[in-house]
Design a protein. Structure first.
Length: 117
């Protein structure tokens, strides 16, 4: 890509419903290590998540904190994910992929941290 060429907005899609360029689910480097403790039916959720939390919102908030504490991973997300279509199982529900898209499209990490407020 040439200098000054505009990159499109990073999007997150359901990988079963739309084409995507980068899979951001587990067990990739982009996967959320925070999983929801129980499924909607009340069953234990058997995922590759390292940590279990109470809700989808908490999983996303914890992911935001976790990734923003890793400057090298943030820089990698900006470089590798900007302008891409990210595929995850969660969409169209709120998803950690939304955080990755914010990071990829942001010029300032503080903007992404403020997105949690």
């Amino acid at each position: 890509m040439s200098e000054g060429q505009k990159v499109g907005k990073t999007r997150v899609v359901n990988l079963r419903a739309e084409r995507y360029e980068v899979y951001v689910g587990r067990p990739t480097v982009w996967g959320n290590p925070f999983g929801i403790h129980t499924s909607p039916r009340g069953c234990r959720n058997s995922t590759l998540a390292r940590y279990q939390v109470a809700s989808r919102q908490e999983a996303i908030e914890r992911y935001r904190e976790w990734i923003l504490a890793q400057p090298a991973l943030v820089a990698r997300a900006r470089k590798e994910l900007r302008g891409k279509v990210l595929g995850c199982w969660c969409k169209p529900q709120p998803c950690h992929g939304d955080v990755l898209a914010e990071i990829a499209d942001s010029e300032d990490v503080d903007e992404v941290a403020e997105g949690a407020e």
